[in-house]
Design a protein around this ligand. Structure first.
Ligand code: FUL
Length: 490
């Protein structure tokens, strides 16, 4: 205790001393630079740090073999006799996934919870004699392991007779939203799918009312739709963002279910006035629902998807569908583990960690708190390198310097301090003076899996050739990816 008190008073003394010195010498402690708007919300920042989210498509299609049900399915066919949501959650935990999103209702209208507004649900199924509730089992299992839950509720409903009548259907949909948001604890994401067939009945969805109700009931939830307001669609279902990908976009140019904006969604907009990062949804299998004949993608494909989504400033929403027994297939669980092991192998070692850092300049000068060494600490958000004003027209740069021999790597990781706004527009990477890669946006995370394969060098320079205001880099990593063998260096 005495020791602690002693240590505390020493810290306080040192703090006071440096503060007093700074005042008496007239030196001001350098402040963080002003943010560049728009900024992420707290919930968006949390969401982005998850990197991978698990999607679970489950329902009557699991039993019929359809991908999009007709709405005429007999609910009795839903009978996952071995359903174990704990197994789903364990698979997610083992894969390092902290949020899972379940399809509470897909386009066929069948509800995985006993909604009081329809009988087209688990109530009319054989499963547990009609007394079961998949949503309940899912959220309880997730909570027990400290995993967050989210839900998907399809606006397009091919079963509900009210579909086709604007007011009645919107009230029905809102009533179901209220059930899900009030009875199942706090949810972290709610998914509004904009898809419907071109032959679907004409219904205007009252998104404004729906979204307001969602935020009223759960203010920290992220709302996903083609157009946000918190998370936007990336514009395809392949798990691939544009090589340029801004978290910023103009929401006024977006509408839900509009195919002509897919390109815009894919790259975002440097002049966008809304912070609305993209989520890349893709299935581990060909289909979204489980089908006996399909198998999971190869590890190499999943890794490429990771680089094309998380490595391009997005979050990967990876669908892993439960089978007709109600379990995630062992093949898929195994593949997820392989993915996690591979990511750990690649990214748990940062070859730059033991190196020294140098930069063209630093805000507030040496010891000012914005030096290049900040990119090697464990914080990937709020400690960062900021150049000073003295670069005077020269492109700011930051360098990793290896003391002896040099290092071999084939992946470069760059992260921006996005809490102060996404800024970098163009950057280049040099090894021993030779340019080995270039790119545009960085954002939360930019991964360059080097096209030419492994490089060796002792000076690695990242040059920021264009940015909105000062570029702020929170983390840099040089990694070795043993799974990456580009053919003939192309
Ligand atoms: C699409 C749907 O039609 C698919 O079935 C799936 O749910 C996917 C995530 O969104 O729009």
């Amino acid at each position: 205790m005495v020791k602690i008190l002693h240590a505390l008073s020493l810290t306080t003394f040192v703090f006071h001393l440096s503060f007093t010195l700074a005042i008496s010498t007239g030196r001001r402690v350098p402040t963080p630079p002003l943010p560049i708007l728009p900024l992420p919300t707290y919930s968006q920042l949390k969401w982005q740090q998850r990197e991978i989210i698990m999607f679970l498509h489950f329902g009557v299609n699991t039993f019929t073999g359809y991908e999009r049900g007709t709405g005429h399915e007999d609910p009795a066919i839903f009978d996952p006799v071995g359903l174990d949501a704990n197994q789903w959650v364990s698979a997610a935990v083992d894969a390092g996934i902290s949020l899972m999103i379940l399809t509470a209702k897909h386009h066929d209208g069948f509800c995985l919870w006993p909604s009081k507004y329809t009988d087209h649900s688990v109530k009319s199924s054989r499963w547990k004699g009609g007394k079961g509730d998949v949503v309940r089992e899912f959220v309880d299992a997730a909570k027990a392991r400290g995993v967050d839950a989210g839900l998907y509720l399809s606006p397009w409903d091919r079963h509900e007779p009210r579909y086709g009548h604007n007011l009645e259907y919107n009230e029905y949909y809102l009533a179901q939203l209220q059930e899900l948001l009030t009875k199942y604890g706090s949810l972290r994401e709610i998914w509004f799918d904009g898809f419907k067939n071109s032959s679907a009945l004409n219904v205007t969805y009252y998104f404004t009312e729906w979204f307001s109700m969602v935020k009223e009931l759960q203010s920290s939830i992220n709302i996903f739709s083609d157009a946000g307001p918190d998370v936007r669609w990336v514009g395809n279902e392949d798990g691939a963002a544009g090589t340029t990908c801004w978290a910023t976009i103009n929401r006024t140019s977006l509408s839900i279910g509009n195919a002509s904006i897919e390109g815009y969604l894919n790259v975002g907009d440097p002049r966008g006035t809304d912070y609305l990062p993209a989520e890349c949804d893709v299935s581990i299998r060909t289909g979204w629902f489980w089908h006996k004949s399909q198998s999971p993608k190869k590890l190499s494909e999943l890794l490429q998807i990771y680089y094309n989504s998380v490595g391009r400033n997005c979050v990967l929403l990876l669908n892993v569908p439960p089978n007709a027994t109600g379990l995630l297939p062992e093949t898929d669980v195994h593949r997820l583990k392989e993915l996690r092991n591979a990511l750990n192998t690649i990214f748990s070692v940062n070859l730059a960690e033991k190196c020294s850092m140098k930069a063209s300049s630093q805000r507030g000068g040496k010891g000012g708190g914005f030096g290049p060494e900040n990119v090697l600490d464990g914080d990937h958000l709020w400690t960062y390198w900021a150049p000073g004003d003295e670069d005077d027209g020269e492109d700011p740069w930051i360098e990793v310097r290896v003391a002896d021999g040099g290092i071999r790597f084939n992946v470069v990781r760059i992260q921006e301090a996005v809490g102060l706004g996404q800024r970098i527009k163009r950057h280049e990477i040099y090894v021993n003076g030779k340019r080995i890669a270039k790119g545009t946006t960085v954002g939360h995370k930019r991964l360059h899996r080097l096209k030419g394969g492994v490089v060796q060098g002792s000076v690695v320079r990242i040059r920021i050739s264009e940015s909105k205001g000062l570029p702020l880099i929170s983390s840099i990593g040089l990694h070795f990816d043993p799974f990456w063998q580009p053919k003939d260096g192309s």
